[in-house]
Design a protein around this ligand. Structure first.
Ligand code: ADP
Length: 237
């Protein structure tokens, strides 16, 4: 690594399908901080036509974690980019204690990391993920119940066909949830003494969850941790 990551650093934790990616991207816009989703990072890596990319694709399709060595190579490359060094919003990382320990070594102030713990029941996770549809062309996401396209199975934006992500197939969702539960409790334990921990119930709409998060951050985060952009939260109804 070229240098340590400066703060503010936000880490989203929570089950697949809880909407943490959506919340992370809303926070990213609000704070003008880069949003690094490790799932997106890996999905863009597997677009390459290499043998390594093909192997990685098969892990993701089965709902398994990416192999540690390859994951670290891709992840650290991304962390070394200048835009990652002045504060970051992480989504999908850490998923193991080893990843949590690695992160602590890469940041200037581990005690200043802000954790956002997004909570949703397994039943809701399954309902959300199994109904999720994706336009493979422009990546816009839909839901068969909650966010239907105007025409069934067709993207409103670019008219391409919608697909179900490989890892949103029912058996794979179960696998992802299983893996999530195995690692989540130890990760929460690992971080239990950190001062900045926020719980968000993800059952409300994404807009309501975002508002709740922004309100909590505004109340509890010290000014030194928030960049100037956070003050704009006050100006938005
Ligand atoms: P979700 O959180 O809904 O499972 P993501 O888009 O965050 O979906 O991740 C998709 C897949 O990418 C995961 O199932 C896993 O295979 C892989 N992945 C993402 N983040 C990590 C990570 N930190 N370590 C290892 N594998 C990861």
């Amino acid at each position: 690594m070229s240098s340590l990551i400066d703060y503010p650093l936000f880490v989203f934790l929570g089950p697949p399908g809880s909407g943490k990616g959506t919340l992370a991207s809303k926070l990213s816009e609000r704070l003008n901080l880069p949003h690094l989703s490790t799932g997106d990072l890996l999905r863009s890596y597997i677009q390459k036509e290499t043998q390594e990319a093909k192997e990685l694709a098969s892990y993701l399709a089965q709902g398994k974690l990416a192999p540690p060595e390859l994951f670290m190579k891709i992840f650290t490359e991304r962390l070394c980019e200048p835009e990652s060094q002045n504060g970051l919003i992480l989504d999908g990382y850490p998923r193991t204690i080893a990843q949590a320990q690695f992160l602590d070594q890469q940041v200037m102030r581990p005690d200043q990391i802000v954790f956002i713990h997004v909570q949703l029941s397994d039943e809701q996770v399954i309902r959300r993920l199994s109904g999720r549809r994706l336009c493979q062309h422009c990546q816009k996401t839909y839901h068969v119940e909650f966010s239907k396209p105007l025409q069934e199975n067709q993207c409103d934006r670019c008219q391409h066909a919608l697909i179900t992500r490989n890892d949103d197939q029912k058996e794979v969702i179960q696998k992802r949830l299983e893996l999530f539960h195995i690692s989540h409790t130890p990760i929460c334990h690992y971080y239990q003494d950190r001062p900045f921990w926020f719980n968000i119930e993800a059952i409300a709409t994404p807009e309501e969850c975002a508002l709740e998060l922004f309100n909590q951050l505004e109340k509890r985060l010290p000014e030194t941790l928030t960049n100037a952009a956070l003050t704009s939260i006050k100006e938005t109804p």
